[in-house]
Design a protein around this ligand. Structure first.
Ligand code: FES
Length: 87
């Protein structure tokens, strides 16, 4: 599991293993628009302000992934304890 911090409120939310960021935040009333939920379409792309995403999409190029400044929360996770999202 890891934590996601929402930049606009400063609040942190635990993302358990086996739940996506979209699912876990949705349960807390934070809705991120999704479509494919498989890392293909790019609908859910969210800016990352801190931490390193564990990219599991097939949407970004390798160069885009390496910048670590955005990710697809429908399927991607975190390589560190915490991600800070620009929401
Ligand atoms: Fe399609 Fe996340 S909803 S990439």
């Amino acid at each position: 599991e890891f934590e996601v911090q929402i930049a606009s409120t400063g609040k942190c939310y635990v993302i358990p293993a086996g739940r996506t960021v979209v699912e876990a935040l949705g349960e807390q009333g934070i809705e991120i628009p999704v479509s494919c939920e498989q890392g293909i379409c790019g609908t859910c792309i969210t800016r990352v302000l801190g931490g390193t995403p564990d990219h599991r999409d097939t949407y970004f190029s390798d160069a885009e992934r390496d910048r670590n400044d955005q990710f697809t929360p429908c399927c991607s996770r975190a390589k560190m304890d915490r991600l800070v999202l620009d929401i």
